[in-house]
Design a protein around this ligand. Structure first.
Ligand code: G3P
Ligand code: MG
Length: 361
């Protein structure tokens, strides 16, 4: 029986440039997802976006495209950091990026118990960022009172900065601090490995560009990382061959595709058990590829060759590139990764083509 949960097909959709552009739906998004639902073919969303809780993100996407999605059907760039929280890897963490202090609440929801944000540090000592953009109501609504003397053990970049000046300054201060204490500076003379920052920094994605509703792609978190790396190089007088040691998650990296594969298997189980109302998402170990996956083919549909397509290809999935986002009809031979299935005008056209190729429609 082609199609249906019995089939061993599944889809994974990117969000920005595939389902939405900024706050606007891409019209072919809903019919594409309805077609998969009609044929009971499981799918999830895998985005390098983030900065808010998964539940809030799917509620927003569902509203924009007019199609109900479950919080279990999404993996954001920082979702795998749940596993870090569960390991109690860090005491106090600085979370960076996203609107207001939503990223703080997301990190607390993951299980991190002492989460501060740059706005807390600016509230405590405004001179740390002389040109910050925070308003009186920002401080009232989003800032927490903190003891500055307590060391910060890691920096977790959840999403694109909203106040680049402040985030660049405070992140750089901490990478060059004395063991994560704000207001201190380590001496580089004594350092054996200058590429090692005072405290670890984890970037949740590597996107240099992404597609919103502006005609041209916009700088993403990857651009922020490049700024941080180059300032760090200057402060620590690194050689050309040396680079700030950091961890980068998100697409195209294996950690994200393994995590998403587990989430996809779990979602299929919940569909099979008619248990889609559940809100508990599986928490796989990081960097652990699922064994005995029920899927013969997983189709990744994306607009960004460097993240969506490269990641799918590197992880043995099928890849589909769309013309509704970052990709702008460049010659395929110039791309960092070529789609295995092909290039399509929009998401519905691509889903329809795959279902036809499997004689499902
Ligand atoms: O900040 C989000 C952006 O980097 C890309 O999101 O959904 O296209 O992976 P997405
Ligand atoms: Mg995209």
């Amino acid at each position: 029986m082609p199609g249906g949960l019995g089939s061993n097909l599944a889809f994974v959709f990117d969000i920005d440039g595939v389902l939405i552009r900024g706050e606007h739906e891409i019209p072919s998004a809903r019919p594409a997802l309805e077609l998969l639902n009609e044929h009971k073919i499981p799918f999830i969303l895998l985005t390098n976006g983030g900065g808010v809780k998964e539940k809030e993100r799917v509620e927003k996407i569902s509203k924009i495209i007019g199609f109900p999605l479950s919080p279990l059907q999404i993996v954001q760039s920082h979702t795998p950091m749940k596993a870090l929280a569960h390991k109690h890897a860090y005491d106090r963490v600085l979370v960076v990026g996203g609107p207001g202090d939503k990223a703080r609440h997301c990190a607390l929801g993951y299980g991190f118990h002492d989460v501060i944000m740059p706005i807390d540090i600016v509230k405590a000592t405004p001179a740390v960022s002389p040109h910050h953009r925070f308003t009186k109501s920002d401080f009232e609504n989003y800032a927490a009172d903190i003891d500055l003397a307590k060391p910060i053990e890691a920096i977790l970049v959840f999403n694109d900065p909203r106040d680049m000046t402040t985030d660049v300054q405070i992140v750089s201060d901490l990478l060059n601090s004395d063991h994560g204490v704000i207001g201190t500076k380590r001496s580089i003379k004594k350092l054996k490995h200058r590429e090692d920052p005072a405290i670890p920094i984890i970037f949740s994605n590597n996107d240099f560009l992404w597609a919103n509703d502006y005609p041209l792609p916009r700088f993403g978190q990857g651009a922020f990382r490049i700024v941080i790396e180059n300032l760090y190089r200057e402060v620590n007088q690194l050689k050309d061959t040396e680079l700030l040691h950091s961890v980068i998650m998100g697409k195209p990296f294996k950690i994200q595709y393994d995590f998403a594969h587990h989430v996809l298997i779990d979602w299929r189980k919940k569909l099979l058990a008619n248990d889609t109302a559940s809100e508990t998402q599986i928490l796989p170990n990081l960097n652990e590829q699922p064994r005995n996956s029920p899927f013969e083919k997983i189709y990744m549909v994306g607009d960004n060759p460097a993240s969506d397509i490269k990641g799918a290809n590197d992880n043995g999935w099928e890849s589909i590139l769309l013309r509704t986002g970052v990709y702008n009809n460049e010659d395929l031979d110039t791309l960092v990764a070529k789609p295995t299935v092909g290039v399509y005008n929009d998401v519905f056209e691509s889903v329809e083509a795959v279902l036809k190729s499997h004689n499902i429609i």
